[in-house]
Ligand binder design. Structure first.
Ligand code: GLN
Length: 545
């Protein structure tokens, strides 16, 4: 018998029902009862990881401390649980096949024919159990990406079926997330799609233990009875998941519906404790009852798809709650920015964040935005590419290096203020050249960074980039007033730049957004929101004077 218990979360009817949020909410409730819980996501696509995916395809690529480029759902897991994830928490079909093929080449299958069953399914089972076998967790929740019935999900579903059989009763359960659509013409909620998707799951040999039904309207008791009877689950295992105004309400809604209680019962685990959600509820209260509001511009090139900046958006929610401020984000497409319309586009903003990104598209707009906030004393946070743009802007407009650039955008620039490090230049394999994951940063005393990080002198933050601040320009930039306030001591690489002459201007080479959680909002976002509030008050006072 295994000691760690497993909960598998599958999805039916459609994609985008929010399996990640349900999994994270259940994990939160179990954690709040004292169970050590983690979540894992299995993605049925053939990319080895989402690192090479365009954000328009799959939203943001989330980076963990160990440098894994992962699905954005891992961000939800960390934000909800405040527990770090790693490569083991995200597995794709590509990675599974890569590993099986490598084993085949090494002769590890001893001449056998290598097949989906058992070789691929065994590899999946092994990956699922890595976290459980670590001995660190009481419960592992494994979310299976995609929708039941999809061709590419089949090996995963088969692996889950085998695991349930091997784990034995009460050691593994299945939660199936479905949709109960509302037909406005008939004025009715419909259960048939749910019945069909439960049936599809049954055809693969898996009986759902719990159904979580996504809905836009309250599901009546009568309808819940019907779903229970026709889908062959216990009445208390039909859980309604109604649309919520914020994802952070979902744990509370799931608790009210008893999702954690049924899950524990099915796993034969004690459910005599009540989840301690005090901190969570305090956060929710502050989030929902702001005393002030600020307008912050998010300048980026993927603004059409909000999932591309998921962690940044969530970080603002955490930071807003700390400051009791509603943060109204204005999405500004960097490609549509130019010096002649900048005033109109950035007018009335109390703060600006220039977003990370890759490639040339939209960068001149980002540089114009930096110039505008620098000249107008508007609080500014530049993240990764945003920090690089701040350095380029300063070199161009203050040092007078008109063609200063990053070698990512112009290989032949006379002034490569952002460039590749020597040792990176020979690597060509995409994905292989990036500085990824957690790196240490030493903070210079008496700087804004030092204040923001509350006096910490050494921090660690996550990276995902190829190009670096070019230290050949450091002395000139510092002389001209741009201070390098964070440095990686081992490499000498610049991690933070700031402008002491400006009320609040900071650019970071790393991604603070990956580290912000409900329990631990990131100080840079908290600082930006606070600075935006101060800026707003100053503006209001000035206009009244
Ligand atoms: N394109 C830049 C680089 O590779 C910045 C990357 C980012 O913003 N994540 O260095």
């Amino acid at each position: 018998m295994s000691e760690t218990k497993y909960i598998f979360v599958t999805g039916g009817v459609t994609s985008s029902l929010g399996k990640g949020i349900i999994a994270a909410s259940l994990a939160k409730l179990l954690q709040a009862r004292g169970y050590k819980t983690t979540i894992q996501k299995l993605d049925p696509y053939i990319n080895v990881d989402p690192g090479t995916l365009n954000p328009y395809e799959h939203g943001e690529c989330y980076v963990t401390d160990d440098g894994a480029e992962t699905d954005l759902d891992l961000g939800h897991y960390e934000r909800f649980l405040n527990v770090k994830t790693s490569q083991a928490n995200n597995v794709t079909t590509g990675r599974i096949y890569q590993s099986v093929i490598e084993k085949e080449r090494r002769g590890e299958f001893l001449g056998k024919t290598v097949q989906v069953v058992p070789h691929i399914t065994n590899e999946i089972k092994e990956r699922v159990q890595i976290l459980g076998n670590s001995g660190e967790y009481d419960i592992v929740i494994t979310e299976i990406g995609g929708t039941v019935g999809d061709i590419e999900s089949l090996p995963y579903i088969e692996a889950v079926r085998q695991l349930l059989w091997e784990l034995g009763d009460h050691n593994g359960i299945v939660i199936h997330l479905t949709l109960v659509p509302y037909l406005s013409a008939a004025g009715e909620l419909k259960t048939k799609p749910t019945q069909h998707s439960v049936k599809t799951l049954m055809e693969s040999g898996i009986k759902a233990d719990i159904l979580v039904c996504r809905t836009e309207h309250e599901i009546s008791n009568e309808l819940k009875n019907k779903i229970a009877l026709f889908c062959n689950v216990k009445r208390e295992a039909v859980i309604q998941s109604i649309d919520a105004s914020t994802i952070y309400d979902v744990p509370i809604l799931m608790q009210e519906e008893g999702l954690d209680t049924v899950a524990l019962q099915r796993l034969a685990l004690p459910d005599n404790t009540k989840p301690d959600l005090k901190q969570w509820n305090e956060f929710l209260h502050r989030h929902k009852n702001p005393k002030h509001e600020v307008n912050i511009g998010l300048v980026g090139k993927y603004v059409e798809l909000q999932d591309s900046y998921k962690s940044i958006l969530e970080s603002f929610i955490h930071a807003g709650a700390v400051n009791e401020v509603r943060v109204n984000l204005r999405f500004i497409h960097s490609e549509h920015l130019a010096s002649k319309n900048i005033d109109k586009k950035l007018q009335g903003l109390d703060g600006v964040l220039v977003a990370p990104g890759f490639g040339e598209r939209g960068i001149e707009g980002k540089i114009d935005a930096v110039r505008y906030v620098r000249e107008n004393g508007i609080p500014f946070l530049g993240i990764c590419l945003g920090m690089q743009m701040a350095v380029i802007e300063y070199a161009r407009n203050i040092l007078g290096f008109a063609n200063a650039n990053s070698t990512e955008m112009n290989e032949n620039t006379n002034d490569p203020v952002i460039s590749l490090m020597e040792e990176q230049k020979t690597i060509t394999n995409k994905g292989g050249t990036m500085r990824l994951g957690a790196w240490d940063c030493h903070i210079v005393k008496n700087t804004l960074a030092h204040k923001v990080y509350e006096g910490a002198s050494d921090i660690s933050e996550r990276h995902r980039h190829r190009y670096e601040f070019n230290n050949e320009y450091k002395a000139q930039l510092e002389e001209a007033g741009m201070v390098a306030s964070g440095i990686n001591k081992d490499t000498g690489l610049v991690e933070i730049v700031e402008l002491p002459s400006h009320p609040w201007f900071i650019g970071v080479q790393y991604h603070p957004e990956y580290r912000s959680t409900v329990a631990n909002p990131h100080p840079l976002f908290v600082g930006l929101v606070e600075a935006a509030l101060i800026h707003k008050k100053k503006q209001t006072n000035a206009s009244l004077a």
